[in-house]
Design a binder for this molecule. Structure first.
Ligand code: SAH
Length: 217
């Protein structure tokens, strides 16, 4: 998601500390305190303008959500939506998905969403894809054993790559949708990109993948 620099975005984010966590390393291991309850915590890495995360938070008041994006201006648009919603179960973080172990303790996150992640189609950019093995390693560390990643995209190349990358990593693909909108999947919350691409007639792919659970002995 490319947006023009928004003037005053940094000041705007800093002025809303109830929603934007500015020193997230201080919250490592304490996210349940940050939210003030023991509800599960779900995160979206690459949350863009925040439509998905606010929609999910509205639909599921007993789950806490954290939207994560590296881009300041993009995150400031997500803040618009969060402020408008007034919801208590949502926070925003401006950090890189590769550094999440600095901000979350092992198993602190219950579920991780990736939606319409940048495809980085050139082979030499493979390591930037959010389903590259180094990202999967990071995500595995902050999820509980047997934790899940739910991923949606319109990009067939990235979807094919992710299926292979996740299975090579040893993840189990619990469910795969090759055309989400034509399926009987219920409760889908659309993202900005999902709306844009599906309007153009592109199919939406989805998968639910699970990290290895410790084997029972
Ligand atoms: N999920 C939104 C936005 C998708 S665009 C939607 O579906 O509409 C992808 C987003 O991922 C961009 O906003 C980009 O800034 C963010 N992003 C890309 N690489 C990232 C990384 N390493 N860590 C965190 N966010 C990242």
């Amino acid at each position: 998601m490319r947006v023009r620099n928004r003037k005053g975005a940094a000041e705007y984010l800093a002025a809303n500390p109830q929603y934007v966590i500015l020193n997230p390393e201080d919250s490592k291991g304490k996210w349940r305190q940050v939210f003030g309850n023991n509800h599960p915590i779900h995160i979206e890495v690459g949350s863009g303008k925040g439509r998905f995360i606010t929609g999910m938070a509205a639909q599921n008041p007993d789950i806490n959500y954290i939207g994560i994006d590296v881009q300041l201006s993009v995150l400031s648009y997500a803040l618009d939506k969060v402020l408008e919603s007034g919801l208590p179960n949502i926070k925003l973080l401006r950090v890189d998905g590769s550094s999440l172990t600095n901000y979350f303790e092992a198993g602190e996150i219950d579920l991780l969403y990736l939606n319409f992640s940048d495809p980085w189609p050139k082979t030499r950019h493979e390591k930037r894809r959010l389903t590259y093995r180094s990202f999967l390693e990071t995500f595995e560390q902050i999820l509980p054993p047997g934790g899940e990643i739910h991923f949606k995209t319109d990009n067939r190349g990235l979807f094919e790559y992710s299926l292979a990358s996740m299975s090579q990593y040893g993840m189990v693909l619990n469910q795969v949708w090759l055309d989400l909108h034509a399926s009987d999947y219920e409760g889908n919350v659309m993202t900005e990109y999902e709306e844009k691409f599906s309007k153009k007639g592109q199919v939406i792919y989805r998968l639910e993948a699970q990290f290895d659970k410790p084997k029972k002995v």
